[in-house]
Write a protein that binds this ligand. Structure first.
Ligand code: AMP
Ligand code: MG
Length: 343
């Protein structure tokens, strides 16, 4: 039995600390660790009891599967079976990196890791500390994002502490996660590869490597059908504030934003701006990569400041912009489309 969680231990990135983190994993405990995408909440992927604690600590619905993290490519054989050549090809090109491959699940991995699905999502993170921590643990690490279920994913160790202090054994303190949005989830169990969730590796990069076009699954399943990627049905990545996403031609967006801001202020509500050409807006005019890197931190910051309404403009859905738009849409309470000359 793992030791009961009292406080949450803050660990550093030196070898002695990472050995301590690995020890916690070996005894069935939970450690939040940095990756290049977002912080992960890890347990031994081979321990059903450890994995069960992840769901409990996060308050995660039981039908939302986890991603298994490796420290070297050969470990893939312990996690998945009947691995197609495409998986090896993509792993050679994109690992370590933000690409999770969905493959048939190996017997060693408890069904709970995949929320009962016959498949499993697996990746190797491009983060020195994560790789060393997984290597020292001696097992693949199952890890979803290290946030309370429903909150924006954590990209700093502080975000993790804000959500999970006292609910997990330890967190490894590192610099902010550089990519800032989760990994791309690519399903390789069907006839053609299918993007279940856009993320850190872009659709264009995948298509270049594969030599053919790759579809992106609809975020919500068709009526009566189970969702392909169970996590996508939840409205997560959400700040407490109500986020309104404004789409349509750029020149037409700003007048609408001004009207909305004045309206909400007249109701006594506090308005915040994200990626919007107005004074005080967070992340305006930055490269899409920078917008992605600061997206969740911006949402959490506005929550801390007591913002009631976040007005955000859409971004071009190319490259990492596809993942940013996916997260903005999921976070949005409303999506308003504006037409030229409307306001
Ligand atoms: P998180 O790491 O918190 O971003 O959550 C992992 C996400 O990966 C889940 O919400 C699912 O959408 C997706 N995922 C994980 N395993 C599978 C799987 N076996 N099949 C389809 N999607 C998966
Ligand atoms: Mg998550």
């Amino acid at each position: 039995m793992p030791p009961p969680v009292k406080g949450t231990l803050l660990l550093h990135e030196d070898t002695a600390s990472l050995e301590k983190a690995a020890q916690i994993i070996k005894s069935g405990g939970l450690v939040a660790f940095p990756t290049e995408t977002v912080y992960g909440l890890g347990a031994a992927a081979t321990s059903a009891a450890g994995v069960a604690r992840i769901y409990k600590a996060k308050g995660r619905p039981a039908d939302n599967p986890l991603i298994v993290h490796l420290s070297y490519s050969d470990q893939l054989k312990d996690v998945a079976c009947d691995i197609p050549e495409t998986a090896f090809k993509l792993a050679r090109r994109f690992w370590p990196g933000p690409l999770s491959l969905v493959l048939p699940r190996a017997e060693k991995i408890p069904a709970l890791v995949s929320a009962g699905l016959p498949s499993v999502a697996v990746r190797m993170p491009a983060h020195k500390t994560a790789l060393e921590f997984i290597r020292l643990s001696g097992v693949p690490i199952a890890a979803p994002s290290a946030n309370r279920s429903g909150r924006p994913s954590p990209t700093t160790y502080r975000h993790v502490l804000d959500d999970l202090t006292g609910r997990i054994d330890a967190v490894i303190k590192s610099t902010p996660c550089p990519v800032g949005v989760e990994s791309t989830v690519l399903d390789l169990t069907g006839e053609k590869p299918l993007i279940l969730r856009p993320g850190g590796v872009s659709r264009e990069e995948l298509e270049t490597e594969l030599g053919f076009s790759v579809d992106v699954a609809a975020a919500t399943a068709r009526k009566g059908e189970p969702p392909l990627s169970p996590g996508m049905k939840y409205r997560h990545y959400s700040p407490q504030a109500k986020l309104i996403l404004i789409s349509g031609p750029a020149p037409a967006r700003l007048p609408l934003i001004k009207v909305l801001a004045a309206h909400y202020r007249s109701l006594g509500l506090k308005v915040g701006y994200l990626n919007t050409a107005l004074e005080g807006s967070l992340r305006y005019g930055v490269a899409p990569e920078q917008l992605a890197a600061g997206l969740y931190d911006s949402m959490r910051r506005m929550d801390r400041q007591g913002v009631d309404i976040i007005l955000a403009e859409e971004v071009d859905a190319a490259g990492i912009g596809l993942a940013v738009m996916n997260r903005l849409k999921k976070a949005a309470a409303r999506i308003l489309r504006v037409y030229p000359g409307q306001v």
